[in-house]
Design a protein around this ligand. Structure first.
Ligand SMILES: *Cc1c(COP(=O)(O)O)cnc(C)c1O
Length: 396
């Protein structure tokens, strides 16, 4: 693996083993200097001129093109903005509207709650008899019937790391006449994605997880270019207008993906993301995937040897797994707190899942071995029984 890891590109605290890049990626070193310059030189020095002079207005598309390259999408098919929940809303509302005679939105019980809540809210708001049908992940393929308007699935399960077959499910959706929406929150920057090859209509994702854009960094949305003119924007903001600075009274959507822009983009956060994406320069996604599989397989093998009390919650077969590994443990919350206190950072998902993300850009085999040694010490000494590790914060 000549190209990986690239730890020197990240500002990781000394001694910390960071296995939570699936939740919030670490700080790329280039960001601080660049952000300081954007604040001082662009905002401070150029003020309003920055929109043209510093390319702020084109940034959502420019950064979108950079992301497109990581998810197998063509130039001009991805735009940035808002948060993932909002991009889910935009994609889903446009998809449902493209199938006016159908009433079912299909998703699965492994989907992230926000995606399901957004769908529930949309169904209520439309008030036209739509139904959100939630089936078990393994039943999705068979549940795609000709009642289904849209299939909305997150490719990699946030809890277990189980990964759906994007090409297969998309083909089934399209054979049934349904619109396919993929949520790539745990795929972008984690596994190779071939959006164009899959033929799906919509994809969305966030950038603060594997793409290291920082807390609150903007989300992305993809629409297959040949159908973009059929996608009616539910959030018809001025930045998605064909001519925002014509200040017309009536809304006319931009002819391309920019119709999914809503309002003024978060320039500072977008600049952080744009700089953060430089860590991907020259990274081959197939090489990244091979390294990720190796780290995950190593972790599973070492944990199962050292901590038989923990039960694997992720697929054992790497082909069915994203870039994270989860274990069930009755004292999972407290054990994770004990682990974090020892500078091994993972996280916990209710009711009993200890979750570990593997990000080959800055995690290597020695980190995995060290993390398992510390985990084994926590489990064997029952360090998790310390009352200090029982209290729960707002974010777990
Ligand atoms: C992380 C994640 C979200 C979070 O949405 P935000 O609007 O960015 O808070 C939504 N959906 C999925 C599938 C996720 O993994």
């Amino acid at each position: 693996m000549p190209n990986l890891p690239r730890k020197h590109l990240f500002d990781l605290p000394e001694g910390m083993i960071y296995l939570d890049g699936n939740s919030l990626g670490p700080l790329p070193r280039a960001v601080q200097g660049e952000l300081a310059s954007v604040v001082a030189d662009q905002w401070g020095g150029h003020l309003i001129k920055g929109w043209n002079l510093d390319g702020w207005m084109d940034q959502p598309r420019r950064v979108g093109n950079r992301i497109a390259g990581l998810i197998g999408a063509p130039d001009g098919s991805v735009v940035m903005g808002d948060t993932l929940s909002i991009k889910v809303y935009q994609a889903l509302s446009a998809a449902v509207q493209m199938r006016p005679d159908r009433r079912v939105i299909l998703s699965d019980s492994g989907n992230f709650p926000s995606d399901l809540y957004i769908a529930q809210g949309l169904v209520q708001h439309l008030d036209r008899g739509h139904e959100l049908r939630i089936v078990a992940p393994e039943d999705v393929a068979d549940a795609i019937t000709d009642e289904v308007a849209a299939v909305m699935i997150t490719q990699v399960d946030y809890r277990t790391g189980r990964m759906h077959d994007m090409a297969d499910i998309t083909a089934r959706a399209q054979a049934a006449g349904a619109v396919m929406i993929w949520d790539l929150a745990h795929s972008a920057g984690a596994v190779p994605v071939d959006l164009a090859g899959s033929g799906c209509e919509f994809a969305v994702g966030c950038t603060y997880k594997y793409l290291n854009g920082g807390p609150g960094s903007p989300a992305f949305i993809y629409i297959r270019p040949d159908i973009v003119d059929q996608a009616q924007p539910a959030l018809a903001g001025w930045m998605g207008h064909d001519a925002p600075f014509a200040f017309e009274q009536g809304y006319r959507p931009a002819p391309d993906i920019e119709r999914m822009r809503v309002g003024t983009p978060p320039v500072l956060q977008m600049s952080v993301l744009e700089t953060a994406l430089s860590v991907w320069d020259g990274v081959d996604m197939a090489e990244l995937r091979a390294a990720s599989v190796a780290l995950c397989d190593q972790f599973i093998a070492e944990v199962e040897t050292a901590c038989p009390q923990l039960e694997l919650a992720s697929p054992r077969d790497a082909a069915q797994r994203g870039s994270q590994v989860s274990f069930r443990f009755a004292h999972g919350y407290a054990a994770m707190q004990a682990l974090i206190a020892r500078d091994v950072i993972g996280d916990f998902r209710a009711p009993d899942v200890m979750r570990f993300g593997f990000t080959p850009l800055y995690v290597d085999a020695a980190d995995v071995t060290r993390a398992v040694q510390i985990l084994a010490e926590v489990i064997q000494t029952r360090a998790y029984e310390d009352p200090a590790y029982q209290a729960r914060g707002r974010v777990t």
